[in-house]
Every structure is written in C-alpha cells, then in structure tokens.
Design a binder for this molecule. Structure first.
Ligand code: GLU
Length: 320
C-alpha cells in the first residue's frame, strides 16, 4: 500500500471515529391556511413560528396559503398536508358526508383544537345602495372561490333570502384577497366572507372606501342556527371596522385545526402541547386570537380528537 493510500485510509478511519453521531433531519410539516390576507394564514404561520422556535430541532413547519376550508379538508384527506384550518360547519359536513362530501365522508378527519370564532359577512361599498340582502339582486357579488368555506355560507344566505345565484346576481368566485381589491376598484359590488375579526380582508377596503356591512338576521337564518350545533347568532361590534358604527347582526362558526388519523401521535402531541404551553404567545400574535382560552378550544369540534391531542388533554385532566 502506498504512503498516500495509508494516509487516506487513516484519515477516513479517524474521520469516522471523530464524526458526531448521525443527526436526524428535522421533519417537514405542512400547515394549510387560506387567503394571504385572511386569519387562517395567520393561524398556520403563527403556529409554525411557535413550533420552529421551540421544537425546531425536530420539526420544520411551513404555513401555506390555500383556497380555504374545503381545500384544506381535501388536502388533509389526501395526506398532502399534516394540519390545516377549517370551519366547524365544513368539518362536520366532511366527517358526516354532507354538502360537498355527500356520499364520500372523510372518515380519517381528526380534530386537534378550536381557534377563533368567524362571522359570516356581506360587505359592500356605501355607494352601491345595498342596504339589505335583497338589494344585491342584479349586482356583481363575490360568493367565494371553490375550495373556500365561505362559498357554502353565501349559498345558504342566498337560498334563505330567495336569491338565485345563477339568475338574480352575477356571482363571482374570486379568492378573498382579490375580492377585497375588486371591491375597492368597483369591479364587484359586494363580497361574502366568513372570517375572524379583525381581518385585513375587511380592514383594507374599509380604509380605502366607505364600506357597509349588511345584517344577516333573517328568521330562517336564526332557525338554521338553532338547528345546527356548529352555528351561533352573534354581532360584529360597532367600530370593529372603519365606518361601520353599528353592531352587525349575523351568525358565526368556529375555526378549527384539523389533521388526518394517519399523522403520527408524536407529531400531533408535540404541536398540541406547544400551542397550549405557549398560548400567551399565540394570543399576542394576532388580534383575532386574543380571546382564546383552553376550555373553549376543546369545544365545537365535530370529528373525533386525534390520539396525539387526546393524550395531552388527558395528561392535563381536561378529558376523562
Ligand atoms: N373561513 C374561510 C374559509 O374557510 C377562511 C377565512 C380566513 O382565511 O381566515 O375558507
């Protein structure tokens, strides 16, 4: 063996002896939000920030903008995302095979916890003359992109007020950040949206143009709310948005964090634990999260808890 080969062999052996034990690469975790100016994207981003800050050796969380609740539920079913945010009503329908999931229930859907309440809203400019839902006839109205949670809420409201989406209005299916812009640019007359408050999607148009928010308080809305466990009647307090100096009567759902039964117990346990142990940081990260409290975060969920979340709640004594 030449001197050179001996030296190389020696170097390799020494290298092997002194090298650190193999480091496990951090696991990539994808978290689906919704429109970039909505609150879901903030849920995905802020929880990702918490995880990367406190559990960054084990995980690399990435928050993604998406089409919204329906998109997230379907992506989680396919295993394309580990976590996502979805409206409580969509969650229920997916798990029990109703509405968009008629005959194809998402049986692997699992709940992690609830987040903030989201109000169903109809936002217009004052100059459109729209003062009540019936006034949207003949106007250009964004009802939400396919994949969003709000689209079905808009369709419920239209049906309750006897408005035909195909004949009575020009229905648009824009993503919400496009819809907010289109309202300001007079390309649409109003948009439906279901979102936590305050949301940049309403704050932005409200600072550029004079907006009006329409009451959604028909007797049949109240009946629908009474008939379904995932809805409540509520008010958007006066002053939440510039120029809206009256309480807006409407109804609300809850934003929920969901996952798939096939995601590992450890992954869900670690995320759940970090969120509850760093809840003050999460609450401070966005105004829509400031009223989060652990007790309510275990309510309003339709799909069963994921075992990783359940393990943490049992350790805390919050679940039997
Ligand atoms: N509720 C909306 C949806 O399900 C998203 C709201 C948000 O982005 O905050 O699509």
């Amino acid at each position: 063996m030449s001197v050179k080969r001996v030296l190389i062999t020696l170097a390799v052996v020494l290298g092997l002896m002194t090298s650190a034990p193999a480091v496990q690469a951090a696991q990539d975790i994808l978290f689906g939000g919704a429109s970039i100016t909505g609150v879901y994207y903030q849920v995905a981003l802020q929880i990702s920030n918490l995880m990367n800050k406190h559990e960054g050796e084990d995980y690399n969380y990435v928050g993604r903008p998406t089409g919204g609740s329906v998109f997230n539920i379907n992506a989680i079913e396919r295993g394309a995302f580990d976590f996502g945010v979805a409206q409580s009503d969509r969650n229920y329908q997916a798990y029990y095979g109703e509405a968009d999931w008629e005959g194809k229930s998402v049986k692997d859907l699992r709940s992690v916890f609830s987040m903030h309440p989201e109000t169903v809203m109809l936002v217009t400019r004052k100059d459109t003359g729209i003062e009540k839902v019936e006034d949207i006839k003949g106007k250009r109205i964004n009802i939400g992109n396919p994949g969003s949670g709000q689209r079905h809420n808009a369709q419920d409201v239209l049906r309750i007020y006897g408005i035909d989406q195909d004949k009575d209005i020009q229905a648009e299916g824009l993503q919400q950040h496009e819809a907010s812009r289109a309202l300001v640019d007079h390309k649409i007359d109003a948009f439906f949206y279901t979102v936590g408050n305050p949301s940049a999607t309403v704050e932005e148009p409200a600072t550029s143009v004079d907006i009006r928010m329409i009451h959604l308080n028909h007797a049949n809305i109240k009946k629908m709310v009474a008939d379904n466990p995932y809805y409540i009647m509520t008010k958007i307090p006066s002053g939440t948005y510039r120029g809206v100096d009256y309480d807006v009567e409407t109804y609300a759902v809850t934003a929920t964090v969901i996952t798939n039964a096939n995601v590992s117990e450890q992954v869900v346990y670690d995320m759940t634990k970090t969120v509850f142990e760093k809840l003050d940081d999460l609450k401070a990260s966005h105004a829509a999260f400031r009223n989060l409290n652990p007790e309510e975060m275990l309510q309003g969920l339709s799909a069963p808890f994921h075992p990783g979340a359940e393990k943490y709640y049992k350790e805390k004594g919050w679940l039997k």
